[in-house]
Design a protein around this ligand. Structure first.
Ligand SMILES: [Zn+2]
Length: 478
């Protein structure tokens, strides 16, 4: 008899059937301790790992069973106990689905070759990694594999989402962002409380996880690969995944801090804190240490000496502010121009998805405006960068003003195109509502705060005209 894949009965049946296995393991461990204390010859230790001096009975959640031992002999005896238990209750263990992983600071094939475990006649395979409750555990103990697994699953989910949205002809950036949050982010974030601290304390902004979000934003907004991550996020009004993950990690941390000191969770947390504080001899990375380091990178201090519950709201606010401050201080010319001139300094309360991305239903309507705002556009100022050798900024001249009756050498940048270049005059006349006071002051930020749909139409008209000029030039040269 069996149950269907994913059937909710399966964990329940599993729970009922193996309910007292843990008790038997612990009883065997206690008996062996007692025998050892009385100086009797050891009957064969299970070698359960200890946390805060107390044994860890193994893991049995949902429908996965994991046995842990600090020695190969101990594991063998635990397996024998399980085999005997299963026989008594008429259960069968699938030896083919059972695997052994030898954990250490790095994977050791020599050590792996010393482990031989049998279930009945069948030898159990020794593998370098295994997945428990959807999280990949590697023999070397790092979580990079767990993250890679989530990234590839999220990419698949992303492709599926795109296909469906295309079929439904839903192109609006707003819908695309929300669908991403609903369908891709959960796949990406599964189990992140466990594996993300080690990733976030190293490289939050360039991690493969963040790259999944950045690629999505780039595609939705029609921007080039070279567009800076912080510009992409700011234009979409979104924060790096790290910010929401830190909030979720904090919730997990609070649960750990509140756990009963005697519970498995409480003991695991206490041990992690000891490792983080360097109380023990083993120089190991620990969850608590990496958690604190990850939060520190986003401007939040965690006291590991006296761990106590953190206010999630406060952590989230601090994290956002720290990120925005860092963004405002980015040295690069292009990002600085975007922050200062286009976004007027990027005030906190204006960090949100802009109206034109919410209102427009077709991607073609917003692409040009998005490109102009982010500097990922078709003007010489930008295209001059791609030439080899790169054209100096002063030499990226407006091709229209350079020629004509009264040639002027002027860099073709955003302000020139919007407010000055005479070749644009005709288009400007078509959008009189946009060319009022802000345009006269040549205030880019205020200009972009006008009617979102008029701006989108204006930008698209400019782009189309540029394309037709290019076509003329091509024909002319050809
Ligand atoms: Zn010009």
């Amino acid at each position: 008899m069996g149950v269907k894949q994913g059937c909710p009965l399966s964990p329940l049946l599993f729970g009922i059937y193996i309910d007292d296995l843990e008790g038997e393991m612990m009883a065997a461990h206690a008996a062996e301790q007692e025998a050892a204390a009385q100086g009797e010859e050891a009957t064969g230790a299970l070698d359960l790992p200890l946390l805060q001096g107390k044994p860890v009975p193994g893991m049995s959640y949902a429908d996965d069973l994991g046995q842990v031992s600090t020695s190969a002999d101990g594991l063998r005896r635990q397996a024998a106990l399980l085999f005997d238990y299963a026989k008594r209750w008429g259960l069968t263990i699938n030896a083919k689905k059972t695997k052994v992983v030898v954990f250490g600071r790095s994977r050791s094939k020599a050590q792996e070759s010393t482990v031989q475990l049998y279930f009945g006649e069948e030898e159990v395979e020794v593998v370098p990694e295994f997945t428990y409750l959807g999280i990949l555990f590697k023999a070397g103990g790092n979580f990079s594999g767990a993250m890679d697994l989530r990234v590839s699953a999220a990419k698949r989910a992303g492709f599926g989402m795109q296909r469906r949205l295309k079929e439904l002809r839903l192109e609006s950036a707003d819908i695309q962002f929300r669908m991403f949050d609903a369908l891709v982010v959960p796949v990406l974030s599964y189990g992140m409380e466990i594996w993300a601290p080690s990733m976030l304390c190293k490289s939050a902004m360039t991690s493969p996880c963040e790259r999944v979000q950045l690629a999505h934003l780039r595609r939705v907004m029609g921007l080039r690969k070279s567009t800076a991550s912080r510009i992409l996020l700011a234009e979409a009004g979104r924060l790096p995944l790290a910010c929401s993950w830190i909030r979720r990690m904090t919730r997990f941390y609070n649960r750990l801090a509140a756990a009963n000191a005697d519970s498995l969770l409480g003991r695991a947390f206490a041990t992690s804190l000891e490792l983080a504080r360097g109380d023990t001899q083993q120089p190991a990375t620990s969850w608590a240490g990496e958690f604190a380091e990850a939060l520190k990178r986003f401007g939040v201090e965690v006291n590991l000496e006296q761990p106590s519950s953190l206010c999630r709201h406060e952590v989230s606010v601090q994290c956002k502010q720290h990120y925005l401050e860092e963004t405002r201080a980015v040295p690069g010319r292009k990002t600085a121009y975007y922050i200062r001139v286009v976004r007027g300094g990027l005030p906190d309360d204006e960090y949100k998805t802009p109206e034109y991305l919410i209102k427009a239903e077709r991607r073609a309507q917003t692409r040009a405006l998005c490109q102009l705002r982010t500097g990922s556009h078709w003007l010489r100022e930008e295209t001059g960068r791609w030439l080899k050798p790169v054209l100096e900024r002063e030499k990226r001249l407006c091709p229209h003003c350079e020629k004509g009756e009264r040639p002027v050498e002027v860099v073709e940048d955003l302000e020139h195109m919007l407010f000055i270049c005479p070749r644009q005059a005709e288009i400007r006349e078509r959008f009189p509502q946009l060319f009022t006071e802000a345009a006269e002051r040549r205030d880019v930020c205020a200009f972009f705060q006008q009617s979102p749909m008029a701006l989108a139409a204006f930008a698209t008209a400019c782009y189309k005209q540029h394309e037709s000029w290019r076509e003329e030039i091509r024909i002319g040269v050809g």
